[in-house]
Every structure is written in C-alpha cells, then in structure tokens.
Design a protein around this ligand. Structure first.
Ligand SMILES: [Zn+2]
Ligand SMILES: [Zn+2]
Length: 259
C-alpha cells in the first residue's frame, strides 16, 4: 500500500464526523460511507434510466433508447455526447454535497467517487470503456481560494483512479459568473458564455473525456465546459454529476433548496 493509498483508505475517512450528516445519529465506526448512517445511506435515490441524455429531465411512459433526447435538447444540442447523473439531489444526498462544498469535508469526494464508480460499473465496462482523460468543471480562482479546494476536482481525482485514467487540469474559469440558481436554460447559457477556457490542447485533441461536476440542474455549466473541450478537439465527452436537481417546471422543483 502506497502512502497515498494509506492516506485515502485509512486516514481521510476518519476526518468525517462521527454522526450522520443527514440525521445526526451516531455512526458505527466501520461503516462510514458518504458520512451517512446505514439507514440514510439506504435512502439515496438513483435516477432511473428513462431520462433525456442531454439534460437528464425525466421522460415518462416510454421504453426509450439510452441516447434519447427531449425536444429542447434536440433543438439545441449539447456539446457533450451524454449526461450521466447518478442520484436525485434530495435528502440525504443534499447533506453530503453540502458537507463537501461548505463544511470542508473534502474526503466526501473520495466517497462519492467510489459510489459513482460502483453505480455505473456496467457502463464503464461497455460504452465508457477505455476513457482517455478525466477532467472537472473549474471554479473561478477567487471562489477556489475562498473554499480552499474545488469540490468537483475532489470527486474527479479519485474517480480517475477508480477508472485507471489520467486526471488533469485542462479547464480554467476565465471569469467569475453570477450564481445560476433560478435562471432558465437560455439565461444560464448566456451567463456562462466564454467563461470556461482550456489549456494544454495536446491533452484534449482526439481524446475520449469524462467531465465531472458535483451537481447539475439543466447541464448548462457542463455544456459550457464541454463547448471549450470540443473547440480544443475532444473526440467524445461524457458529462457526469453525482446529483441532479430538478429543473424549473419539473416535478418537485419547488421543494428543492439549492445554495
Ligand atoms: Zn442518518
Ligand atoms: Zn433534454
């Protein structure tokens, strides 16, 4: 076991709180996945297969192919080839994402990466086999400085290790953008236009890339990052987010609290 492995396997999990992030119950020491107790861990809600491959919007009543896109995504295709969002952004996962983003619980990124790799094991063996590169959605340097780390990078790096693919910083925020919350898709896209740039085009051109973020709503930020990767010659881009919040007009959208 290398020093890095030791750090991730043995030390980092200890840095999580001893009580469940979602319900405050004490956690049995050996079972610390995602900082949740066993009961809350069992309440994670995987997103079903009947979803638009562009924005993740639920599509009901059809037996649809995995690449099916809703009308809005067919009219304005995304720069990425597919979006995979693993779980609904609702309790208890919202508490995990909050911990990762705002409570300096960086090791939750490792836990999420492992759970994500497990959840999509079948796809990783088939359509996602042989990825060349894992990248993450960048934060503006000022926000990065304030938080001390980028939560998407904290998921991307261990996820890349799980997949045996290199992970590199090829995306940068060229300018800060106002919060996306509450904006409809067109406004989100305008908000982000030109905000994300690439570096080291030689790592991007011709590559099959996995683009990682922690949470997505309409896929606008992932789309902006994918647009930059595509302009640098990426051959294939799979966007992935641990959680997806319902977009405006979708069921339960109003009940979701986003920070
Ligand atoms: Zn709990
Ligand atoms: Zn869509």
């Amino acid at each position: 076991m290398t020093v890095t492995d030791l750090l991730f396997e043995k030390l980092l999990p200890i840095l999580l709180p001893l009580s469940c992030l979602a319900c405050d119950r004490l956690i049995d020491g050996g079972r610390h996945s995602l900082g949740l107790c066993v009961r809350c861990r069992g309440r994670l809600m995987p997103l079903g297969a009947d979803r638009c491959a562009g924005c993740g919007r639920p599509l009901r009543g059809f037996d649809l192919p995995a690449s099916f896109r809703c009308g809005s995504c067919r009219r304005r295709p995304r720069a990425y080839d597919r979006l995979i969002a693993l779980w609904a952004f609702r309790p208890p996962l919202d508490a995990v994402i909050y911990g990762l983003k705002f409570q300096r619980l960086e090791s939750l990124g490792l836990h999420l990466a492992r759970e994500m790799a497990r959840e999509m094991a079948d796809r990783l063996r088939s359509e996602l086999a042989g990825l060349d590169l894992v990248v993450w959605v960048p934060l503006h340097w000022r926000r990065h400085l304030g938080r001390g780390y980028n939560q998407a990078e904290r998921i991307a790096r261990p996820l890349a290790r799980e997949l045996g693919a290199p992970c590199r910083r090829v995306l940068v925020r060229a300018r800060a953008t106002p919060a996306q919350t509450g904006l409809v898709r067109a406004r989100r896209a305008a908000n982000l236009h030109g905000a994300i740039r690439t570096r080291r085009g030689d790592w991007i051109a011709g590559r099959r890339i996995l683009l990682v973020d922690d949470v997505t709503t309409t896929g606008a930020t992932l789309d902006a990052a994918a647009t930059a990767l595509r302009a640098a010659g990426a051959a294939e881009i799979t966007a992935i987010a641990a959680a997806r919040t319902p977009g405006i007009g979708e069921p339960s959208a109003r009940k979701t609290v986003i920070w």
